[in-house]
Design a protein around this ligand. Structure first.
Ligand SMILES: Cc1cc2nc3c(=O)[nH]c(=O)nc-3n(C[C@H](O)[C@H](O)[C@H](O)COP(=O)(O)OP(=O)(O)OC[C@H]3O[C@@H](n4cnc5c(N)ncnc54)[C@H](O)[C@@H]3O)c2cc1C
Length: 321
């Protein structure tokens, strides 16, 4: 049977991962995109493997588990920007660890009482994939090109017209899908992060609960090679991407209480990104248009699982992973 030529809208983590999976199966793939990876939301992410602000839970766990296994393989190659690091996840309620099912048993253990913070009552030490986004997005882009993928720089104005022109179109436009599809269920989830000077003495620690009266303040510390990321915020329906001084001060204070090793490290940069929020991630096929968007705060975490699900929709059969 003749294989369709595939066009993908979007060059963030979702579009590139989907493109690579399809190229490896022998499809001809082009990405049509308004922005290159370094200008996308994907470039702002921390990023650590953890299903967060992403639904439905059962599928998020399935896709996260598949991605976990793929990241374990990629961690064997230093040029990917992936490494597996001990990550302390602090909780206030055991039921908040809904993502436990996505982690193989040998890579997770409960925290001992002396490992908890003042605000937490339980938690887990997880061997979690760290995704150093500046390196990893480049790795994905290079892999996409090496496998023969093409990139066309263009803003898509009319997705319906484009889908009639193309043999098979895959929508990985992130928050751009709100305008493209008039998807009123989509919303921005604003996140500010602070980048400190890199240090190899800083552990990875994430509080899985919110701070502040509105529950919009987070605390997490992610040590990368180029910087230490401090997060953050989670403000639904906020669209402004300019950093706020008062927010920066709050992030640094909360993170210093969590991880004392960051004290004294100078600030390098402050960034704000808009996570593509949706009540549930959309991954479905309608005729020759496949949607893969609305990944919220977990786009990297589910990326390989979602890309394989797209492959199943392309081929119209269960491959079974
Ligand atoms: C502060 C912060 C921290 C985060 N931390 C993590 C984390 O630790 N772990 C994790 O898994 N996730 C994290 N995330 C979430 C993650 O970044 C997103 O879920 C993910 O980047 C979404 O990727 P995407 O490819 O779907 O969308 P995007 O990265 O937004 O890419 C969308 C692409 O579509 C293109 N596009 C849009 N509209 C059009 C159009 N009309 N025509 C042509 N092209 C178009 C854009 O140009 C872009 O190339 C974080 C996000 C933020 C903001």
């Amino acid at each position: 049977m003749k294989r369709p030529k595939i066009s993908i809208i979007g060059c963030g983590v979702s579009g590139m991962t989907t493109g690579i999976v399809l190229l490896k199966e022998g499809y001809s793939v082009e990405i049509i995109t308004e922005k290159l990876p370094e200008q996308t939301t994907s470039a702002v992410a921390a990023a650590i493997w953890l299903p967060y602000e992403i639904k439905p839970i059962e599928l998020a766990n399935k896709w996260s588990n598949i991605s976990y296994q793929e990241f374990q393989k990629l961690a064997n190659y230093p040029n990917t920007g992936i490494s597996i690091i001990p990550t302390k996840l602090l909780l206030q309620k055991e039921e908040d660890a809904w993502w436990k099912a996505a982690i193989p048993n040998e890579f997770i253990r409960p925290l001992f009482p002396n490992e908890l913070s003042v605000d937490s009552t339980c938690g887990y030490m997880v061997q979690a994939p760290l995704i150093e986004t500046p390196i990893y997005l480049n790795y994905l882009l290079n892999t996409f090109h090496t496998l023969g993928g093409q990139i066309l720089m263009k803003k898509v104005e009319d997705i319906v017209a484009l889908s009639t022109e193309k043999e098979l179109l895959i929508n990985c436009a992130g928050l751009g899908s709100r305008e493209l599809l008039h998807d009123q269920t989509m919303y921005a989830i604003q996140g500010q992060i602070v980048q400190l000077q890199a240090s190899n003495k800083v552990p990875c620690v994430l509080a899985e609960y919110t701070f502040g009266a509105k529950g919009e303040e987070l605390a997490y510390v992610v040590p990368r090679k180029d910087c230490v990321i401090l997060g953050g915020t989670l403000v639904k329906y906020a669209e402004d991407t300019s950093p706020k001084e008062v927010v920066t001060e709050g992030i640094i204070k909360r993170c210093q209480e969590l991880v004392k090793e960051i004290r004294g490290l100078p600030v390098k940069n402050i960034v704000v990104g808009l996570r593509p929020g949706r009540p549930t991630l959309r991954l479905e096929r309608i005729d020759n248009l496949i949607h893969n968007y609305g990944h919220g705060g977990g786009g990297f975490t589910v990326s390989w699982g979602c890309a394989l699900e797209v492959l199943e929709l392309v081929e119209g059969r269960r491959i079974g992973f």
